[in-house]
Design a binder for this molecule. Structure first.
Ligand code: PLP
Length: 284
C-alpha cells in the first residue's frame, strides 16, 4: 500500500514519523475519515469543513490547503486502486526535539500530515441486513467531543466492553442521556419520528448525521433533535447509528432488550437507501 507522509508518497513500510511527534506523545492532533464508493469520495466538503473547525479550536494549522488535500486523497485512491473503502487523514502538532507540554512555535515545528487508504466492502453490508446490538456505558471522555481529536482511548475501551458483553458497539451515557456511539451518532425512532441528540460540545457533529437529517427532512420525515435516555431507546420502535464508514446502521437491541421485532426497522432501512443514493450521486 502507498501512504502519504508530509509531501511524500511512500510504501507503508518506509513511512516514518518522529517519536517526538505530539500526536504520539500527547494525542495532540485531529483526523478525518472519508468513505470511498466507486473510487469517489462521499461528503468530502463536509469533512474538510469539520477539519478546519477542529484545527481552529486547537490552534493547529494544516500544512496544505483544502484543494491540495483533495488532490492527495485522489492520488492515494488512484495509487491504491481503491474502489470501495475509506481515506484516513490526520494532522498532528509536529515533532519538537523534546517532550514539552507547551505548543511549539508553528514556524519552527511544522505539523505532521499523514494519510492512508483502506479498501473494504462497505455498501453491501451483511451487518446492515441483520442490524447490530449496543450496550450502554458511562461517557467518560473529555468535554470537547465536538473536536475530532485522535484521543480515542475511551472509544476503544467502550468497544471492548461491548465485545465482552456480546454486543457490537456501546452508546455512551452522560447525566442519564445518550450522548453518542463510540464512533457514531445515535438515533431512535418512535411513532415514525426520528430522535437524535442536538449538537453541542457533548458530541461530534457527524458529517453523515448532517447529510442524513437533510435527506430525511427532504423526504418529509419527522425529526426531533433532543437528548434521549437509555430507557427511551429500549422502548423505541427502532434505532440506528450513522458514521462515514458505516453510513446508516440499524440497531436491533439495547442492553439486551430487542427493539420492535428484533430486525432492522423500516425507517433505518429507508434512510440507508436514501443516504447511499444521494451521497453516491454527489460524490467527487
Ligand atoms: N461520533 C463519534 C465519536 C465519531 O468518532 C464519529 C466518526 O468517527 C461519528 C460520531 C460520526 O461522524 P461521521 O458521520 O462524520 O463519520
Amino acid at each position: 500500500r502507498t501512504v502519504y507522509v508530509n509531501g511524500d508518497y511512500l510504501p507503508e513500510t518506509e513511512a516514518r514519523v518522529s517519536i517526538f511527534d505530539r500526536g504520539f506523545l500527547f494525542a495532540d492532533g485531529v483526523y478525518e475519515v472519508a468513505s470511498v464508493v466507486g473510487g469517489k469520495l462521499l461528503d468530502f466538503h463536509g469533512h474538510t469543513a469539520r477539519l478546519q473547525r477542529s484545527l481552529k479550536e486547537l490552534e493547529l494549522r494544516s500544512p496544505v490547503d483544502m484543494d491540495e488535500l483533495l488532490a492527495i486523497h485522489r492520488e492515494l485512491i488512484a495509487r491504491n486502486a481503491v474502489d470501495e473503502g475509506m481515506v484516513y487523514m490526520q494532522i498532528t502538532r509536529g515533532a519538537p526535539g523534546d517532550r514539552d507540554f507547551h505548543f511549539p512555535d508553528p514556524e519552527q515545528v511544522p505539523p505532521t500530515l499523514v494519510m492512508f487508504t483502506q479498501s473494504k466492502q462497505i455498501v453491501a453490508s451483511k451487518t446492515a441486513e441483520t442490524g447490530i446490538k449496543v450496550i450502554s456505558i458511562d461517557d467518560l471522555r473529555w468535554a470537547r467531543r465536538d473536536i475530532k481529536t485522535v484521543q480515542l482511548l475511551y472509544a476503544s475501551m467502550a468497544k471492548m466492553a461491548a465485545e465482552k458483553a456480546g454486543a457490537d458497539d456501546a452508546w455512551m451515557v452522560e447525566d442519564g442521556f445518550v450522548t453518542e456511539g463510540s464512533s457514531n451518532n445515535a438515533y431512535i425512532v418512535k411513532n415514525g419520528k426520528i430522535i437524535t441528540r442536538q449538537l453541542g460540545t457533548e458530541i461530534l457533529p457527524g458529517i453523515t448525521r448532517a447529510a442524513v437529517l437533510k435527506y430525511a427532512a427532504e423526504a418529509q420525515m419527522e425529526i426531533e433533535e433532543r437528548a434521549f435516555t437509555v430507557e427511551e431507546a429500549k422502548e423505541a420502535d427502532e434505532a440506528f447509528y450513522t458514521s462515514a464508514s458505516a453510513f446508516v446502521m440499524p440497531v436491533v437491541s439495547v442492553d439486551g432488550v430487542s427493539l420492535g421485532d428484533g430486525l432492522p426497522g423500516p425507517v433505518s432501512r429507508r434512510l440507508r437507501e436514501i443516504y447511499l443514493d444521494e451521497a453516491v450521486k454527489t460524490a467527487i
